[in-house]
Design a protein around this ligand. Structure first.
Ligand code: NAD
Length: 499
């Protein structure tokens, strides 16, 4: 039986989520005793008080992680043993999928049907994949003078700090935690202040399913406090970060100011969606383009927020996109018929509304805008922004250049293929791009000239645990997902055995 919004609200009232820190296998309060409120953006109601972690708490968590690493019961255990425990945790997460999905939906305003179908099963699948991979990674034997032996092997780094955003709270965390733990590291996770609850619940789940104390710790709190303290800590070996480019740059500075820890930043995007005039099925291209910007209320780092379309089909394409945007059902994220919920917070919605209202001065609004979504049946509409489309976006405008991270699409027209490529690359970001074409040579030619970590041909935002994800330019470096992620969480050791 499908859950109704009312039945889910009943279940939500009984959830009683924990907001404590999880350090060394147990819950605790912040040393300062301070807390902050985690709020449901769809209703404006408080969910729970969350421990406001600071430098003292981060230090305690890093010490616990280091002790666990030195103890060796995780990092020096057989890969097959780590696999067994991580698989058990993945199974436990799957078993409690509905509960975690509800928590994730309430905390971040995400559609419950998405967190149930994608976020939580996706997080469990990523954990299982890295658990499965870890006992299949071989080292190397160097082809040296046979009187000697040189063995090259991957070593865990030690203590990894993970700092993640709020758009896919548990999944983004899992992109870091799963390969880091599988490789034998200890981890201290700082979830986003907007969405800390699933990470805290997950830490307890890990502990209950056999992960040794101190191997995985969660310190909730604010970026400028707990996040900064982790970035500056002298005993953290690497920071795996996902978030904005501005904060990614701060982590590079923290590293330079402290112990030269490795920093792996996965940052923002402003992905181009190129539509050429040779496409035969413009309606399908419009369906996919619309999904590429409006899924998760546009709060996707690789969202195709810049449509670049050939002049000869621009008017028809804009009309198809407008019709799709206007048909999107915006409302309660727990209702099964809702297709788009609120943004993560009122604060973020205000920021997005600011970008929209400044955009009104230099582009043509096709639909949406700053006004409240009409006819919204929710307790509080402050965090809601309607699907919004602008046409005639100039390449020097703020909407063309700045990441909105909301349901806002801009359309820019081109005449020539070279111009389309130039516009696509006219960005400080280089995370992803889509190329829609039915010309096989163009499909081969254009991606080679795009500065983007992922290029999807005739689709949007293609992603899988088996394929690397990350960007060029100021979208960051290093890759999450796939076996390449192990490059971030291991160091190569060469062992020479002299004759
Ligand atoms: P954000 O950079 O504001 O915050 C990300 C994390 O950094 C949070 O945990 C936050 O508390 C912490 N932080 C903030 N200020 C800090 C500081 N001064 N010192 C240390 N830590 C600090 O980003 P956000 O608003 O949470 O997320 C949106 C951004 O994330 C967008 O730019 C989006 O593109 C990006 N993102 C990128 C990817 C990717 O894979 N490339 C995926 C998802 C989101």
């Amino acid at each position: 039986m499908t859950d109704t919004a009312a039945s889910l609200r009943d279940r939500a009232a009984r959830l009683a989520p924990r907001g404590d820190m999880f350090i060394d296998g147990r819950f605790s309060s912040a040393a300062s005793g301070e807390t902050f409120v985690s709020e449901d953006p769809a209703t404006g109601r408080p969910l729970t008080d969350v421990a406001r972690g600071g430098a003292v708490d981060v230090d305690r968590a890093v010490r616990a992680a280091r002790r666990a690493f030195e103890r060796g019961d995780w990092c020096r255990s057989a890969p097959g043993e780590r696999k067994r425990i991580l698989q058990r945790i993945a199974d436990a997460l799957d078993e409690r999928c509905a509960e975690f999905a509800l928590l994730e939906s309430l905390d971040g305003g995400k559609l419950y049907r998405d967190t149930l179908a994608y976020d939580i099963p996706g997080a469990a699948a990523i954990l299982r994949w890295y658990a499965e991979a870890i006992d299949k990674l071989y080292g190397e034997v160097a082809p040296i003078d046979p009187r000697h032996l040189a063995v090259i092997t991957r070593m865990p780094l030690g203590v990894v700090g993970a700092v993640v955003p709020w758009n896919y709270p548990l999944e983004m965390a899992m992109w870091k935690i799963a390969p880091a733990l599988a490789a034998g590291n200890s981890v201290v996770l700082k979830p986003a202040e907007e969405t800390p609850l699933s990470a805290i619940a997950f830490a307890e789940l890990c502990s209950a399913n056999g992960l040794p104390d101190g191997v995985f710790n969660v310190v909730p709190g604010f970026g400028a406090e707990a996040g900064k303290a982790l970035g500056l800590h002298p005993d953290v070996d690497a920071i795996a970060f996902t978030g904005s480019t501005a904060v990614g740059k701060l982590f590079m500075q923290y590293s330079g100011q402290s112990n030269l820890k490795q920093v792996w930043p996965e940052c923002g995007g402003k992905s181009a969606n190129l539509v050429f005039d040779d496409v035969r099925d413009l309606a399908t291209v419009a369906d996919r383009t619309s999904a590429g910007i409006f899924f998760n209320s546009g709060q996707v780092c690789s969202a195709n927020s810049r449509v670049l379309v050939h002049r000869s089909i621009a008017a028809d394409f804009a009309e198809l996109l407008r019709a799709r945007a206007d048909a999107i059902v915006v409302g309660d994220p727990l209702a099964p018929t809702t297709e788009m919920g609120p943004l993560v917070s009122t604060k973020h919605a205000e920021r997005v509304r600011g970008l929209i209202s400044r955009g009104l001065d230099d582009a043509r609004l096709l639909t949406g805008g700053v006004r409240p979504v009409p006819g919204l049946d929710v307790e509080s509409d402050r965090a809601f922004v309607p699907p919004t489309i602008f046409a005639d976006i100039r390449s020097d405008s703020e909407l063309f250049r700045e990441e909105v991270f909301g349901p806002v699409l801009g359309i820019t027209v081109f005449d020539e293929e070279d111009e389309a490529i130039e516009l696509a690359n006219l960005s400080k970001y280089g995370l992803a791009a889509s190329v829609f074409t039915d010309d096989v040579r163009r499909a081969q030619r254009v991606p080679q000239r795009l500065a983007a970590g992922t290029v999807t041909i005739n689709g949007v935002d293609a992603i899988d645990v088996t394929t690397p994800f990350g960007g060029f330019k100021q979208s960051g470096f290093g890759r999450d997902l796939s076996l390449h992620a192990f490059d971030k969480y291991t160091g190569l050791q060469t062992r020479w055995y002299a004759d």
